[in-house]
Design a binder for this molecule. Structure first.
Ligand code: CA
Ligand code: CA
Ligand code: CA
Length: 278
């Protein structure tokens, strides 16, 4: 009798194992992130951590992530590795209120990299097969690139970078998003310059890329305008005098901005020199 009992239990165990593998086969694309079929059910991503995800036929996957940049403009990179040749992925980005602001569709089987310039905020991502016909696997990673320069924050008068001595040497910076009179929320670079009595301060602003249009604007100490916005041609080096201390020591604000070209390269260098007023 004992022997028969043993056989019975062994058979039962095998039956359970078969059932479990049977369940998996019925729903091969049930990943560990489901249910994430709506914004309210969005799976919360950890920045820099890759998730393995899958799409069943007609499946829509939702994610959320939060960017914290410490008040500066930065870049987040959304990387999607499409592991299925037939899948034509559509990616829709939403702001924290659920308003869509970007939609991207890649060709079948193509990986997608989406760059998002942002300050601290929360976002949603929706991912699905564009034709709702294919099922497959993909990997998703959102990373904060920490792509801005080390002079940040310097987007406002109050955060202006103080140029302490002349010649300043080349001060390297990066403009991550368009900044001009027409783009007031862009990545401005404010400098504050002290101009001694009987001295003049000049600057040279040199962009790296030949498709970026740099601009500058100069302000009095009281933040009213001295020189209106002046914009260069693509790739042009800009040079100008910030001010002269002919009536005594003064200070001036220099606001640098840019309109980026197709390369998106916002690297520049700025240097300041001082000379005697003759
Ligand atoms: Ca899914
Ligand atoms: Ca910058
Ligand atoms: Ca800035």
């Amino acid at each position: 009798m004992k022997r028969i009992k043993n056989i019975f239990w062994i058979i039962l165990a095998i039956t359970i194992l078969l059932n479990l593998s049977g369940c998996k086969k019925e729903d091969p694309f049930k990943d560990g992130l489901e249910p994430n079929n709506s914004r309210n059910e969005a799976y919360e991503l950890t920045l820099g951590e890759q998730v393995d995800a899958s799409i069943a036929k007609g499946d829509h996957d939702w994610y959320s992530f939060t960017i914290e940049t410490g008040g500066i403009i930065d870049k987040a990179l959304i990387e999607i590795e499409n592991l299925t040749e037939e899948m034509e992925l559509t990616v829709v980005l939403y702001d924290s209120q659920g308003n869509p602001f970007g939609s991207f569709t890649g060709n079948a089987g193509i990986n997608m990299d989406i760059s998002l310039t942002t300050k601290s905020s929360s976002y949603y991502i929706e991912i699905y097969d564009n034709n709702s016909e294919h099922e497959g696997n993909y990997k998703l990673t959102v990373t904060l690139l920490q792509a801005n320069d080390s002079n940040e924050p310097d987007d406002t008068f109050d955060d202006a970078f103080i140029v302490s001595s002349y010649p300043s040497g080349g001060i390297a910076g990066i403009i991550l998003s368009n900044a001009s009179d027409d783009n007031q929320n862009g990545d401005f670079e404010f400098f504050i310059l002290l101009v001694d009595v009987n001295k003049r301060v000049d600057f040279t602003l040199t962009p790296s890329a030949n498709d970026i249009m740099m601009n500058y604007k100069i302000f009095w100490e009281d933040r009213s305008v001295v020189v209106e916005e002046t914009e260069g041609t693509p790739g042009q080096i800009l040079q100008a005098s910030v001010g002269s201390g002919s009536g005594g020591s003064i200070s001036r604000y220099l606001r640098v901005g840019a309109t980026l070209g197709a390369t998106g390269n916002g690297n520049y260098s700025i240097s300041f020199t001082e000379s005697d007023i003759k």
